[in-house]
Design a binder for this molecule. Structure first.
Ligand SMILES: Nc1ncnc2c1ncn2[C@@H]1O[C@H](COP(=O)(O)OP(=O)(O)OP(=O)(O)O)[C@@H](O)[C@H]1O
Ligand SMILES: [Mg+2]
Length: 394
């Protein structure tokens, strides 16, 4: 096209009206095609001229930069960008004619933080700098998948090494416990020390053995393959049962419990025993995050081909730097926590072929969301139901 235009320009003085109209028409059509191609891209593209005015930008860029105010093409790009960090970055990079590759920004969009990688390169034509090209990529999903993969990998390597160790610890623990009972019996009334004193000491040892045992049992649970027996179940029922079970404990801690379950949800394949344990772990964490009371909201809904179960609290929230670690084995900020609660939750959800995600704001609370796939049969039934409904409308 470019060569064609160049040739046409070369003989422009010899073109008649009809030929000129045809040339302009071809150019407009070509331009339209370019714009459509740019707007169909998932990545954002902005071309700025030498005065940093955005002369070309596509829809994805408009969305990611959240361009605001009057016509953005009449002001330097950064003046129309809402996010302060990104605006500062654009101003210094464009003004200094720097090239930057993949600088990451967290940008608020519809109440969620999206991760965007921005690259700026200078636009050179005929050996001269003509402006700058900004490329934006939404890397939220990519980063989430990488984090999940890392978690799965760290879990897998830990499994092999430590399952053996844990097993070895469990046996002597059992033996110590039995011998403790025997010592207790043997001491009764046959010692100069007061038996209540001995019992107090032995009691402490007993408690510590229980604690160690819980750590080992939880650990083995976290790393062993699960004997999942999923059956078609109502996800709402499990959540309702947990809410009723935990309500007294929550209310006595000043936490209001709210349950919202969408009508007509499809059945999903769930091993109730395990799924209850997973949701219960999330609820316990939520309650622990609200020592001064608050609100716990449990909800079940359908979003496209997924069932979403969410556990939302109004508690302390999780600092951003801790978020990537909370599913890792042994990460805990609690004095008496094992740090295996969320590792177990993650494993249970993975075994159900689901996903778990978390959104949290320090000081405002956290929301853990479990997504479970709706089984194929349900999808087919739904598609059939929709087709029938359409037929009935005609
Ligand atoms: N709802 C929440 N609000 C705030 N922080 C949370 C929440 N859920 C988890 N966390 C953080 O994640 C950490 C890890 O949670 P996890 O359930 O794995 O272990 P834990 O609760 O510390 O110990 P355990 O579950 O064994 O008692 C917690 O120590 C806490 O810092
Ligand atoms: Mg926990």
């Amino acid at each position: 096209m470019r060569r064609f235009v160049e040739r046409a320009i070369g003989k422009i003085t010899r073109l008649n009206d009809e030929q000129m109209r045809s040339l302009l028409y071809d150019l407009a059509e070509e331009n339209g095609r370019m714009e459509a191609a740019l707007d169909s891209m998932l990545d954002g593209i902005v071309v700025c001229d030498r005065s940093h005015l955005p002369i070309i930008y596509n829809k994805a860029a408009e969305r990611m930069l959240r361009l605001s105010g009057p016509d953005p093409s009449e002001r330097p790009l950064w003046q129309s960008v809402e996010d302060e960090d990104l605006a500062d970055f654009l101003r210094s990079t464009l003004e200094n004619e720097d090239s930057v590759i993949d600088r990451e920004f967290g940008i608020e969009s519809k109440g969620m933080t999206r991760l965007v990688a921005a690259s700026v390169t200078t636009l050179v034509s005929n050996g001269k700098i003509q402006g700058a090209l900004l490329h934006l990529e939404d890397i939220t999903e990519k980063r989430r998948k990488e984090a999940q993969l890392r978690r799965a990998e760290s879990l897998a390597s830990l499994t092999t090494l430590a399952a053996g160790v844990a097993h070895e610890i469990k046996n002597p623990l059992g033996a110590i416990s039995i011998h403790m009972q025997l010592i207790k019996k043997a001491f009764q009334g046959k010692c100069e020390m007061e038996s209540s004193v001995i019992e107090r000491h032995l009691g402490v040892v007993d408690e510590e053995i229980d604690r160690l045992n819980k750590i080992v049992v939880d650990f083995l649970f976290a790393v062993r393959p699960m004997d999942l027996e999923p059956i078609e179940s109502e996800p709402g029922e499990i959540v309702r049962e947990i809410a009723e079970f935990m309500r007294p404990e929550a209310e006595s801690a000043g936490v209001m419990v709210e349950v919202s379950i969408e009508e007509g949800l499809p059945l999903v394949f769930i091993d109730k025993r395990y799924m209850k344990q997973a949701i219960l772990n999330l609820v316990k964490n939520a309650l622990a995050a609200m020592p001064g009371g608050g609100k716990l909201a449990l909800s079940v809904s359908r979003v496209e081909e997924e069932i979403r179960i969410s556990v939302e609290d109004s508690g302390t929230g999780i600092p951003e730097e801790q978020l990537p670690k909370i599913f890792e084995p042994y990460f805990t900020t609690k004095e008496n926590g094992t740090g295996l609660g969320l590792t177990i939750v993650f494993k249970i959800i993975k075994e159900h072929r689901g996903e778990i995600s978390v959104q949290s704001r320090p000081g405002q609370g956290s929301t853990f969301t479990i997504s479970l796939p709706v089984p194929q049969k349900e999808r087919r039934l739904l598609a059939w139901g929709e087709a029938e409904a359409r037929k009935a409308e005609v």
